[in-house]
Design a protein around this ligand. Structure first.
Ligand SMILES: Cc1ncc(COP(=O)(O)O)c(C=O)c1O
Length: 446
């Protein structure tokens, strides 16, 4: 992000200097440190307050320091703080049972891990064990993690010499990459009204003819997030699931971002009316603590002893936070809140469009919303630098938004909104108001 030189308080400057000296940074480096948060409000190391429209990297789906999640963490710490994964713990089982109850279809088994990428690898293990194949179908502009197995699934822009996979080719497993469902810029040059979801047919082709070592499964995000905040069009996941069933391979839906009311329902798959064989959960799953999971139907639940696992997977404190979060989401009907406020935000964003030169497309599901900025609505030339400036201007106005990264297949011109799913109407109105101010400021400067 274009990051204006900040002038810091003495404490803020000390944090910055020591961070530069001691922290090896590999996921961007914004000159902004946070040390206090409550709900959607967060304070930087200089004492400035911000409204957080992205749930702190879409991890805190209930906002900062949710009182009930916090209490569950304290209660668990008062009881027991760690249990080896070779033993049982009440809370690990309770959480698995609750996830299985809430999950779509016949999903029953919960394989715990610590990060999204590790959970994707869990799904790869389960799929390979059952099918005997080892090649996966994945999409252009996909993001599934940055471990050695998952970088083969994650798309990295070939033009990015500095991009995250440069020089690692010898470790990357070959996967079958096919066009994505980017309706605003259809890779097949078709129109949604008449395309008959032609891009989904590539799944069939790849499963039939694209593999070398046998197909093991199809892995997709329900809404491509890093790839440009692109929702799968209606019917696409259903069609792809049918193709998977015809080929007897699992559909693995990567809901690391999309689940837990982010796209409306508890699981994004529900929105698309599918019951996939596996779903990947991460990010928000631990209520802010590290926890992820592959959840699977019984026929994709076989592993060899000790072939997979992590010392801290299913940590009781993270499980307690997760369970408290899930119960709150159910009790307060946060799927409905996400749907309602998401709709409101889309409508308010649409009101900015007529007076804006840059807004090209507004799209989303629930509280997972992207605004694509373009220099020209006809040519759709991506407004990358402008998006960067808008993000910087948002910060000046006390608003934290996200932006798609150009490394992972996206152009870097989509502003992301993914606020806490217990957001109020007033907070949503304020987010769009601040964004509108930032957008107008940048447009006036062009
Ligand atoms: C869809 C998706 N899958 C997997 C991952 C990897 O998660 P983690 O960074 O926890 O490994 C991410 C992270 O952004 C993601 O967005």
């Amino acid at each position: 992000m274009s990051d204006p030189q900040r002038s810091h308080s003495a404490a803020g400057q000390e944090l910055r200097d020591e961070s530069d000296q001691f922290v090896l940074k590999c996921m961007g480096d914004v000159d902004l440190g946070f040390n206090g948060g409550e709900g959607l409000h967060v304070t930087d190391s200089d004492g400035k307050e911000y409204l957080d429209a992205i749930s702190a990297e879409w991890v805190l789906n209930l906002g900062f320091r949710n009182p009930e999640v916090r209490q569950a963490i304290i209660d668990q710490l008062d009881q027991i703080d760690y249990v080896s994964p070779v033993f049982d713990s009440d809370i690990r089982t309770k959480l698995a049972k609750r996830i299985a109850e809430l999950a779509p279809g016949r999903i029953e088994k919960v394989l715990y891990a610590l990060s999204g990428a590790a959970a994707v690898e869990g799904a790869m293990h389960l799929a390979m064990r059952t099918t005997g194949g080892s090649d996966f179908v994945c999409l252009d502009a996909a993001f599934h993690g940055r471990t050695f197995a998952t970088i083969g699934l994650t798309y990295v822009h070939p033009g990015m010499v500095e991009g995250s996979n440069a020089g690692l080719d010898r470790y990357i497993p070959r996967q079958m990459r096919i066009p994505n469902y980017y309706c605003y810029r259809c890779p097949l040059g078709l129109e949604r009204e008449s395309c008959d979801l032609a891009c989904a047919d590539f799944v069939d082709f790849a499963l039939e003819r694209g593999h070398i070592n046998g197909p093991a499964g199809v892995i997709v995000e329900p809404l491509q997030a890093n790839g440009g905040m692109i929702p799968a069009p209606d019917g696409w996941l259903k069609k792809v699931h049918g193709i998977c069933q015809d080929h007897d391979v699992p559909l693995i839906v990567d809901e690391v971002q999309g689940a837990l009311c982010r796209c409306g329902p508890m699981f994004a798959s529900e929105r698309h009316g599918i019951e996939p064989e596996m779903i990947i959960l991460g990010k928000a799953l631990g209520g802010g603590l590290p926890l992820s999971a592959t959840i699977a139907v019984p026929e994709y639940s076989e592993l060899l002893p000790w072939e997979y696992g992590f010392t801290q997977a299913g940590n009781p404190v993270a499980c307690a936070a997760s369970l408290a979060m899930l119960e709150l989401m159910v009790r307060d009907d946060l799927p409905a809140n996400s749907e309602r406020i998401g709709q409101l935000m889309m409508e308010l964003l649409a009101e900015l469009e007529p007076d804006s030169e840059l807004i090209g497309d507004i799209r989303g599901e629930g509280l997972m919303i992207g605004v694509e900025l373009v220099r020209d609505r006809v040519t759709k030339e991506p407004a990358n630098e402008e998006a960067d400036m808008v993000m910087g201007a948002c910060l000046e106005h006390g608003l934290i938004v996200g932006r798609t990264g150009p490394v992972f297949g996206a152009n870097g011109n989509v502003i992301k909104f993914k606020p806490a799913v217990n957001i109020t109407e007033d907070e949503a109105v304020m987010i769009v108001e601040l964004f509108g101010r930032a957008l107008r400021q940048v447009e006036a400067s062009l």
